[in-house]
Design a protein around this ligand. Structure first.
Ligand SMILES: *Cc1c(COP(=O)(O)O)cnc(C)c1O
Length: 371
């Protein structure tokens, strides 16, 4: 049986070329290519209605969005966050001069454990930065309650959670702010891009200013801001991709369900199934291999797949607290659940156009890696 190889861990969604061409044609008339132009405004409006939120600001990428929201809120001190995430989450905290404090995650959905967060709050804590890992929603109610009791901000890294809803409410609605990434590898992309959804309207002008050099008027610059504006070509890509994102998620659902059908109930295989009441986006296909029961280590499964030109990803490994750039600063033994998962997890290929035959092939190789 012939399989199209390599099979990469992801493949970016793109609109039909003609649709994108039609979308950008007006830029050849206006010659307005960036700085909050027509496409930028259109995409903001489209996202407000798609996500059901009142306040959104677009950015050049998700990481800059996270840094800007920290700046706009004027935070300083400690931020309680998770070591089980992409570099961006902790890097944003450190790059803005704050101190990350790592709490452990829950073994079922890999999101921050509110009980661990609560134990770490002290007088210097200013915020909690949880991550909706793989699109699994955090325990938003428990985190809101902790934040309320201690007067903390909650900034969600919702990079994985585009279009995820709980009981019909968008992930964008939780906390003081939620950052979305529209990177090429995400469920919804603008090539590179990102957004912040927020609850306090007073943040709107601050985010606009911080992403544009701190410029507050034609003759005034009040903040030492950077440049984090989304350009018109990226916004146009977003306008087009948003029209198709529901279908793309539906295609991802078929892929995920095939994986689950093949892998559910296999001893030593832990899947990340949809949470009760949550509408998932099937962003990733994480599998945790408990080597004793499964009969192979995560690294053995990884090697078996790579040998056949199938490219999974050890996502997230290593833990952020084990990165070389943070050597000597943190102790990952203090977050044992996160360490256990990071040592055993593999995200398998997952994208809308992955064929069910290829899913079967990937599963055959995974299961065949057992001794
Ligand atoms: C992708 C991602 C980011 C960063 O987003 P960019 O748009 O690539 O800057 C941050 N956090 C998590 C968890 C991500 O997956």
């Amino acid at each position: 049986m012939h399989h199209a190889t390599p099979i990469l861990v992801t493949r970016s969604s793109m609109p039909p070329l003609e649709e994108y061409e039609a979308e950008i044609a007006s830029l050849w008339e206006s010659h307005w290519l960036t700085n909050m132009g027509e496409k930028h405004h259109q995409l903001e409006q489209d996202l407000r209605s798609f996500l059901g939120v009142d306040h959104i600001a677009l950015f050049v990428n998700g990481h800059s969005a996270l840094e800007c929201v920290i700046e706009a809120m004027g935070l300083s001190g400690k931020v309680i966050t998770t070591p089980y995430s992409f570099a961006s989450t902790t890097h944003a905290i450190v790059r803005k001069g704050l101190t990350p404090v790592f709490a452990d995650i829950k073994p079922d959905d890999y999101t921050l454990d509110p009980a661990c967060v609560e134990r770490l709050v002290d007088d210097e804590t200013c915020a909690i930065m949880p991550v909706h890992v793989y699109g699994n929603l955090c325990d938003v109610d428990a985190l809101a309650e902790i934040a309320r009791r201690h007067g903390l901000k909650v900034i969600y890294d919702a990079a994985h959670a585009f279009a995820v809803e709980r009981d019909g409410i968008s992930a964008a609605a939780f906390g003081d702010a939620s950052m979305f990434s529209f990177h090429a590898t995400k469920v919804f992309n603008t090539v590179e891009g990102g957004a912040v959804c927020f609850s306090d309207p007073a943040l709107a002008p601050l985010l606009e200013q911080w992403k544009n050099f701190g410029i507050t008027g034609t003759e005034s610059v009040e903040y030492v801001g950077g440049n984090a504006k989304m350009n018109e070509f990226c916004a146009a890509m977003g306008i087009c991709n948003l029209r198709h994102v529901r279908e793309e998620i539906e295609k991802r659902r078929h892929v995920a369900e095939r994986y689950w059908e093949r892998l559910e109930g296999v001893p030593g295989v832990r899947l990340s199934l949809p949470q009760p009441g949550v509408t998932p986006n099937y962003a990733y296909l994480p599998v945790v291999f408990e080597e004793g029961e499964f009969g192979a280590t995560r690294d053995e499964v990884y090697e078996a797949l790579m040998a056949l030109d199938i490219h999974p990803r050890k996502y997230f490994y290593p833990l952020i607290s084990d990165y070389a750039c943070y050597e000597g600063r943190f102790d990952s033994a203090l977050t044992p659940v996160a360490r256990h998962v990071a040592d055993r997890v593999l995200t398998l290929p997952m994208y809308a156009d992955l064929s069910l035959e290829d899913v079967d092939w990937v599963c055959d190789v995974v299961l065949g890696a057992r001794r």
